[in-house]
Ligand binder design. Structure first.
Ligand code: ATP
Ligand code: MG
Length: 440
């Protein structure tokens, strides 16, 4: 991508409305724009990051055996009347009428709809277990939307829903998502700790929130320090192994970890003082087992091996991609801007032409740009005629992991500078060596 032809509206000044660093940096880097309270456009740079986050979420959901579909944002109120949540949900639900005066709503979550899809076609235990997910916008009319896309009214959610014949089966399905979440957040460059959670209006009795420690987090959390160093289930994890996944779950729930709603002071105090961590955190994911809470009122049942009909046991599993992007920034930035983990960076590398219009600089940059693009890298080429200082500041602000800097003096020697955004380390090397770092 040539910056001269891109759309990346950088702000020079710090926006006054932004209270936390991620919100400030997302606005300054031209990633998002507020359209009305708590409702955002994702501008091209932000959209790239969001897509990468969703790509990782999708890969890990698929690896764990979940199957992607797509459900609509607008739902009929009838379904929610069946479950009893149409009246229970309260003011957070945006209710709408269509031209026939039929009550509709903008989905805050999808348990009812997915249960309807399930009951319409699954009739036998032989078709279980089943886990269906989508990555879709949700709307919740939050009282206090704030911190940019961290807490917005319209936001994106990956929501998965599992269906099993028995409680034991549902626990295995739960453990699959538990392990998938550990892997997902790790690949996003985050350390998320599963904490026992309240089940809230969704109900049920087995639930964990995945929390990232951050000073700006809205939740107060208490946990054992050792979680910070626990091993993440690796790529070879067998998601079909009931014992293997139970072992992962048992290990990751063996020590104290709870949000303030579930906090047990006495149990926490039993942890040796030096091993206690009491901090603030951001909830980035939440998983629930809720048994037959929806399948019973909505009549979602299958025939079991005994020939009888059984209401299915369900769970739901949410991750907030539009909250994760600012959460990653909260965890990874410095005074100059964002520092993206390579896995979600909007571009892999930015090529900075320090003197656009200078033949040697232009030729060198074009060569590198073409070679890296051909190698399948996402390259941003700063070919604008801005001052070098402005270009450096922009590259640092948008947080691309590697900068290749081509200035007249180095280029005359057949060299460029390669800068690591995170460490700030700069290295002068031949043009060929710079290319090979990415192509190899
Ligand atoms: P919170 O306690 O932060 O209000 P919640 O418990 O109501 O969230 P869930 O129903 O558990 O949210 O939703 C699953 C995930 O969706 C959350 O873990 C979070 O990542 C994301 N999410 C929920 N509400 C919002 C929001 N208003 N803005 C952005 N992301 C959200
Ligand atoms: Mg939650």
């Amino acid at each position: 991508m040539r910056l001269s032809r891109y759309f990346m509206p950088i702000l020079k000044e710090n926006p006054k409305e932004a209270e936390i660093v991620s919100h400030r940096l997302m606005l300054r880097a031209g990633m998002i724009r507020q359209q009305s309270q708590g409702i955002y456009s994702w501008l091209p740079l932000g959209k790239r990051v969001l897509d990468k986050v969703n790509g990782i979420i999708r890969e890990e959901q698929n690896r764990a055996g979940a199957i992607e579909l797509s459900m609509p944002t607008l739902q009929s109120a009838e379904l929610w009347q069946e479950s009893g949540r149409y009246d229970a949900y309260g003011k957070e639900m945006l209710r709408i009428k269509d031209r026939q005066e039929r009550p509709m709503l903008y989905g805050p979550t999808n348990e009812e709809m997915v249960t309807d899809i399930f009951r319409s076609s699954v009739k036998s235990y032989k078709d279980l277990p089943l886990n269906l997910y989508h990555i879709q916008l949700k709307f919740r009319d939050e009282i206090r939307p704030r911190f940019g896309t961290m807490r917005s009214r319209e936001f994106m959610m990956k929501d998965a829903y599992s269906f099993d014949l028995t409680r034991e089966g549902a626990e295995h399905s739960y453990n699959k998502m538990f392990a998938a979440y550990l892997r997902t957040f790790d690949r996003l460059g985050l350390r998320a700790i599963p904490m026992r959670a309240d089940t809230g209006p969704i109900g049920g009795n087995l639930s964990h929130e995945f929390i990232i420690l951050a000073d700006t987090g809205e939740s107060e959390v208490f946990c054992h320090k050792d979680f910070v160093g626990f091993d993440i289930p690796d790529e070879r994890t067998d998601f079909d192994s009931v014992e293997g996944l139970q072992a992962i779950f048992d290990k990751w729930t063996s020590l104290y970890a709870a949000t303030s709603e579930m906090h047990d002071e006495a149990a926490f105090n039993a942890v040796p003082e030096g091993e206690r961590l009491s901090a603030r955190g951001i909830e980035v994911g939440h998983i629930f087992y809720f048994g037959t809470k929806y399948s019973e009122p909505m009549g979602a049942k299958v025939q079991g091996p005994d020939g009888k009909e059984h209401f299915v046991h369900m769970g739901s599993y949410g991750i907030g991609p539009t909250r994760l992007v600012p959460a990653i920034i909260e965890a990874s930035h410095d005074d100059n801007g964002i520092i993206w983990p390579a896995s979600v960076a909007p571009f892999d590398v930015v090529v900075i032409n320090m003197k656009a219009g200078d033949q040697a600089c232009d030729d060198t940059c074009e060569l590198i740009y073409a070679a890296l693009t051909k190698a399948g890298k996402d390259v941003l080429y700063d070919d604008t005629d801005d001052r070098a200082g402005t270009k450096f500041a922009t590259a640092d602000l948008i947080g691309v992991p590697v900068q290749i800097i081509a200035g007249p003096r180095a280029v005359a020697n057949g060299e460029v500078e390669v800068k690591d955004r995170k460490t700030g380390a700069r290295e002068t090397m031949t043009i060929e060596a710079a290319i090979n770092r990415f192509v190899a």
